[in-house]
Design a protein around this ligand. Structure first.
Ligand SMILES: C[S@@+](CC[C@H](N)C(=O)[O-])C[C@H]1O[C@@H](n2cnc3c(N)ncnc32)[C@H](O)[C@@H]1O
Ligand code: SF4
Length: 456
């Protein structure tokens, strides 16, 4: 099985960002409505199709490990109110688009989007279709908590046009499930998977987490074996982000019950070993996919992209985030909506828009963003492609980074060739640390101090 020396783990297994954006969100600053409007105006002249991310924050109960922007609610009426605000925001965003703008991707994330009632989904889709049309082959995706899926809900979503889904699994072991407040039988998960397949859903993903309380190498082996038998098209195997000071509900997890660093590493190595043996491609960081899945194909063709939804095969899009906390990425701008539901709703009712933070990228940011994307998505970076893109030489732009790359090369994390660099299998494990080398903000004095989760 794959092994890495303890020295390398000590040197490179540091805490760091997950690079779903560069510059990372803590670097952004407050913005007002007029700035948001000015930035939104730039979409009108963009030729790119749209990718919509719609955030539905509600969940029926709290999983103790959860690091998502989720709100626990038993009151169904909350979603009706929230959907009205989503619709206002969608209508407002529609005013900034050029006629005939098409959608390449629509993603409902959360929280638990299936909290919404059927008629609420219908309302949202109708609003979108009144302004936009979907490209042929467009992806309409949704994140699902198998425990709260209503009967016939999948079939309804399929009729509405949904064609991709992701099921939250985390771990099948009962003692782990008890400690994380998430009891979910294998049979229930398998049942939903079978239904989704029979309805024609593709790119079906399972989320797993390693580093959870009471996980052992043996227990995780069992979970992996069960998952492999079910054979989802894709798998995300996330490293547990345990930040109890930032997320107080995580304090319900006893730190003594968490696997130590060595065990945590053996869990991810076991996942890489078992999943690749079973025919999955290792896509990067924490993702795996079957070789004929769109994600694997995009990785092989070096067209894979990474954004707030994680790895995605859809590139060359303007990403519009709708709902509380949602993030947009258009041209050289990032924008994030209000994080608190009340403030989000007030902003929408007063101005129709709700971004409160964001950033305009300068040339240096755009270059580093380009480099980090190549490293984290393709494990490959071509110096001549960099020159073609920015009309300047990679080695001239990044002299101190090149020096540091030498050290990483000596440690076997990557290879620097005349016209390109490639990341080794060991380097893939420390990919966040390699990206940090190109992050101009991470060690700057005036950068806000953020506690990141461990990279491995
Ligand atoms: C929005 S949830 C998925 C949909 C649904 N709410 C569910 O839980 O089934 C997104 C995924 O993020 C992952 N996740 C949540 N909190 C995490 C944490 N603290 N560390 C690592 N992964 C986490 C879980 O794997 C979870 O399935
Ligand atoms: S993991 Fe999913 S279901 Fe659990 S609290 Fe977080 S968002 Fe909600």
């Amino acid at each position: 099985m794959f092994q890495i020396s303890p020295e390398l783990i000590d040197r490179y297994g540091v805490a760091g960002p997950r690079y779903t954006s560069y510059p990372t969100a803590p670097i952004w600053h407050d913005i007002d409505r007029s700035t948001q409007v000015k930035w939104l105006e730039t979409v009108r002249s963009s030729q790119k199709p749209l990718s919509f991310y719609i955030h539905i924050p509600f969940c029926r109960s709290r999983c103790y490990y959860c690091g998502c922007n989720a709100l626990v609610s038993r009151k169904q009426s909350q979603s009706a109110t929230y959907v009205d605000y989503l619709i206002s925001e969608l209508e407002q965003i529609g005013k900034y688009q050029s006629p005939g703008k098409q959608i390449r991707q629509l993603h409902f994330g959360g929280g638990t989007p299936t909290f919404l009632l059927d008629e609420e989904f219908e309302k949202i889709l109708k609003t979108i279709q009144s302004t936009f049309s979907f490209e042929t082959g467009a992806e309409i995706a949704i994140e699902i908590d198998p425990r709260t899926l209503r009967s016939n809900q999948l079939s309804f979503l399929s009729q509405l046009g949904f064609n991709r889904l992701s099921l939250g699994v985390q771990d099948f072991d009962r003692s782990v499930q008890t400690a994380i407040n998430r009891i979910q039988s294998e049979a229930m998960t398998f049942d939903h998977l079978q239904t989704a397949r029979s309805l024609g859903f593709q790119g079906i993903n399972f989320d797993l987490i390693y580093g959870l309380p009471f996980q052992t190498l043996d227990s995780f082996r069992q979970t992996l074996a069960s998952v492999i038998k079910m054979r989802p098209d894709r798998l995300a195997v996330y490293n547990f982000g345990y930040l109890p000071n930032r997320m107080p509900h995580q304090k319900k997890i006893d730190p003594q019950s968490l696997p130590d660093k060595q065990t945590r590493l053996s869990l991810i190595f076991e996942a890489i070993h078992q999943l690749t043996e079973a025919g999955y491609d290792y896509i990067g960081m924490d993702h795996f996919a079957l070789p004929d899945d769109e994600l694997s194909v995009a990785m092989r063709n070096r067209t894979l992209n990474r954004n707030f939804m994680g790895y995605t095969p859809k590139t060359d899009v303007d990403l519009m985030g709708v709902g509380m906390t949602a993030i947009s990425e258009i041209g050289g701008y990032f924008m994030q909506n209000e994080k608190r539901i009340r403030t989000y709703q007030t902003q929408i009712s007063e101005t129709g828009l709700a971004a409160c933070r964001g950033m305009q990228l300068n040339t240096d940011d755009l270059m580093r963003k380009w480099v980090i994307r190549r490293i984290i998505c393709h494990f490959y970076l071509s110096f001549s492609e960099f020159r073609a893109e920015f009309n300047t030489d990679f080695k001239t732009c990044f002299p101190s980074e090149i020096e540091q790359l030498e050290k990483l090369q000596q440690d076997g994390l990557l290879e620097v060739h005349k016209d390109h660099l490639t990341i080794s299998d060991t380097g893939k494990i420390f990919i966040r640390t390699i990206c940090m080398l190109f992050d101009a903000y991470i060690n700057k004095e005036d950068t806000p101090k953020v506690r990141y989760s461990n990279t491995v």
